[in-house]
Ligand binder design. Structure first.
Ligand SMILES: [Ca+2]
Ligand SMILES: [Ca+2]
Ligand SMILES: [Ca+2]
Length: 111
């Protein structure tokens, strides 16, 4: 997800992420847009999609937009608080987040 390949996951990478999911091009990603894109890739992971959306919608206003980037970036910058998200921080953040979400998904999948 380091889109600009500078070895750090920075705000421009987060902006690219928004751009990827923003279907109608209004610079906001709604829950519908996010789930639509996610669903095409991973149709069985609805709970993971919801959890990811909630995580990236930092101010909980129902849209992912540039106002949410600072909060997300801040949470990713968690091992060495230097204002930058390096590769290790990014991977650790993703692993932690996805571990929780996949566990929830697995629970929900139980009969
Ligand atoms: Ca949009
Ligand atoms: Ca938001
Ligand atoms: Ca850091």
């Amino acid at each position: 997800m380091d889109y600009n390949k500078n070895g750090e996951f920075d705000r421009s990478d987060l902006q690219t992420l928004i751009h990827d999911y923003d279907i109608n091009g209004d610079n906001e990603v709604t829950r519908d847009e996010f789930e639509y894109k996610f669903d095409m890739a991973e149709p069985t992971l609805a709970i993971v999609a919801k959890g990811l959306f909630a995580e990236y919608d930092d101010n909980q206003d129902g849209f992912i937009d540039t106002k949410d980037l600072d909060g997300v970036h801040d949470r990713m910058d968690h091992m060495i608080k230097d204002g930058k998200v390096d590769h290790a921080e990014f991977v650790a953040y993703q692993v932690q987040l996805l571990t929780v979400l996949y566990a929830l998904q697995a629970q929900a999948g139980q009969p």
